[in-house]
Design a binder for this molecule. Structure first.
Ligand code: GDP
Length: 549
């Protein structure tokens, strides 16, 4: 079987190599005689000239062409971030994504790599299908807490839009890694149908039959939430070090949603982590990227520093490690990329986050064009006449627009068709879908959203809409520090400036904890945690930034 697969791969490689040779040969046969007719003197040293011309054929100004992507060696394991042990056929994107990325991204630390391999082993040893897992389920079913459980678990509830769900899963995963818990993802809302398995030879999806049957309805009011149990003194009356199994429940629900209370947010502090460590099962709900909050507990800080010597790369690495489009979504991504984006020398992505009921906004359109032109991401257009060019125009830019509406795309496309650009660059404009309304539980809707997030992450420069997790995921996966379009004070205004360069590619934690209930005082997380700043798009939120920011 393996030999057959290798032969198939070798055939594919041979076909590509033959095609490249044929194209280059045809090119040289056409160009070389022409050079002789024109005289080498006019064109400089022949070898250099041919090298340059060939490079020009094969390469855009700053990246790899379609042919190069199939023939150049690329780092398919992303610097060791990915495990080499998966079957390629089960998930094409896992090992092919590097081929589509011009921006290779940041390198993971060797500490992170070894921690991931150890965590994969934990997921296998304790995950669904093992005797340990069955025992742990039994204990949960009978509400029994165990003194020193062999394995501990965290179930991440999946709800809200795809960006929220991805950030929630990434946050729960980092918490699982820091606390040696097995991560299990609630498969509802298509979470079981969009991604490949990130852990080899096991599953990250919570299997059917979970004893807490109504866990997806857990909310701020759930009596078993950590916050409510603290408030009602069900737990927390004994110091963490002295806690016995009888004093902790078999499970706790951790409510870290946007509406989390001060008691819920005690989760982030050291003493509470000491208590939570004794609870075998946690169920977590968040629609937030809680990662900056995890830096609050001293117990995690040293580990986090070792895992992420570059603090602005947490989601970049975790996202690239965890979220691989399944083969269906990868087909959407690669067909679209190859058809509309691959040939351009420069790709710009614009995420226009609008809501179904929102009317089309000329102000937002102006914000998009002013931002992209002022920041020199796209050329200005001439209102009359044609550009004066010293050489034939060869530069091409592809603009990828994602939005629920098509109106912004239509207008930008017409603008670049009906007017010449001041630089002579040709701009092609593309939008994969316009779904009009956000839908929940619709597979084809979610596959498009996931494909579009991924396509945005493959661009060379990205413009996002403030407060949107859809854009946060794209920027993190792409390793792109985006230009963020600020929220206007009201709908009839174009913000000035229309956008600004974000300080890092990390997602913003929009509802960060601000109250230390043990000390009974408000605190500013940016003053406590190094490398955390206020978000440019949401002054009340915080985000991780690089060490030199
Ligand atoms: P957020 O609400 O902006 O933080 O982003 P989310 O991804 O969490 O939720 C928005 C949801 O609306 C997406 O997951 C999609 O279902 C849908 N949506 C919003 N914008 C787009 C878009 O540009 N393209 C597609 N296909 N869907 C979108």
């Amino acid at each position: 079987m393996a030999a057959k697969k290798m032969k198939k791969q070798a055939d594919v490689d041979r076909r590509w190599s033959w095609m490249v040779s044929a194209v280059l040969a045809a090119f040289l046969m056409t160009v070389a005689p022409l050079a002789v007719v024109l005289g080498w003197r006019n064109v400089g040293a022949p070898a250099v000239w041919i090298d340059t011309a060939v490079a020009g054929l094969r390469q855009g100004s700053n990246g790899l062409s379609f042919l190069d992507r199939r023939t150049t060696r690329y780092d398919r394991l992303l610097g060791g971030l990915l495990n080499d042990g998966f079957d390629f056929e089960s998930c094409h994107s896992r090992y092919q994504s590097a081929m589509y990325r011009r921006n290779a991204g940041r390198r993971p630390s060797s500490y992170l790599i070894s921690k991931l391999r150890r965590h994969e082993a934990l997921q296998r040893r304790c995950g669904p299908g093992t005797a340990v897992y069955s025992n742990a389920l039994e204990q949960l079913k009978f509400g029994k807490s165990v003194a020193l459980p062999e394995c501990r678990y965290i179930v991440s509830i999946s709800y809200r839009g795809l960006g929220n769900r991805i950030l929630a899963a990434a946050s729960a995963f980092l918490y699982a890694v820091l606390t040696d818990r097995v991560l299990l993802i609630d498969p509802s809302n298509e979470m079981g149908q969009l991604f490949c398995e990130p852990f080899p030879n096991t599953t990250w999806l919570l299997p059917p039959g979970f004893p807490l049957t109504d866990y997806t309805n857990f909310s701020i009011d759930t009596a078993e939430s950590y916050g409510n149990m603290l408030k009602n003194k069900v737990i927390g009356t004994t110091a963490a070090a002295d806690v016995s199994p009888a004093q902790v429940p078999a499970f706790a629900y951790v409510h870290l949603d946007h509406d989390a209370s001060i008691h819920d947010k005690c989760f982030y502090w050291d003493e509470d982590q000491g208590l939570l460590r004794h609870i075998q099962w946690l169920v977590m709900r968040t629609d937030q990227y809680i990662v900056p909050g995890l830096f609050l507990a001293h117990a995690f800080q040293e580990e986090l520093d070792l895992l992420f010597p570059e603090p602005d790369t947490v989601f970049h690495h975790l996202g690239r490690y965890l979220f691989h489009p399944n083969n269906h979504v990868w087909g959407l991504v690669t067909r679209y990329y190859d058809a509309y984006l691959a040939a351009a020398q420069h790709r710009v992505g614009i995420q226009v986050r609008v809501f179904g009921a929102q009317p089309n906004s000329p102000e937002l359109l102006e914000q998009i064009t002013t931002c992209t032109q002022k920041e020199k991401l796209l050329p200005e257009v001439l209102t009359s006449g044609e550009p004066i060019l010293s050489a034939p125009s060869v530069k091409t830019k592809a603009l990828l627009v994602t939005s629920l509406k098509s109106w912004y795309y239509e207008n930008i496309k017409s603008m670049y068709w009906e007017h010449a650009t001041a630089t002579g660059e040709a701009v092609s404009v593309h939008q994969p879908s316009h779904e009009e309304f956000q839908r929940f539980g619709a597979k084809s809707h979610d596959t498009k959203a996931w494909a579009e997030i991924y396509l945005l992450s493959l661009t060379d420069a990205l413009v996002t809409t403030a407060w949107s997790t859809f854009g946060y995921v794209a920027q993190g996966l792409g390793g792109l520090r985006p230009w963020v379009m600020y929220k206007p004070a009201n709908d009839t205004q174009v913000p000035d400036p229309p956008c600004g360069r974000d300080v890092s590619m990390e997602p913003c934690f929009l509802k960060a904890p601000g109250y230390d209930s043990r000390l009974n005082r408000w605190v500013d997380i940016t003053k406590i945690v190094p490398h955390v700043q206020r978000c440019g798009d949401a002054g009340w939120g915080v985000k991780l930034v690089g060490r030199n920011e």
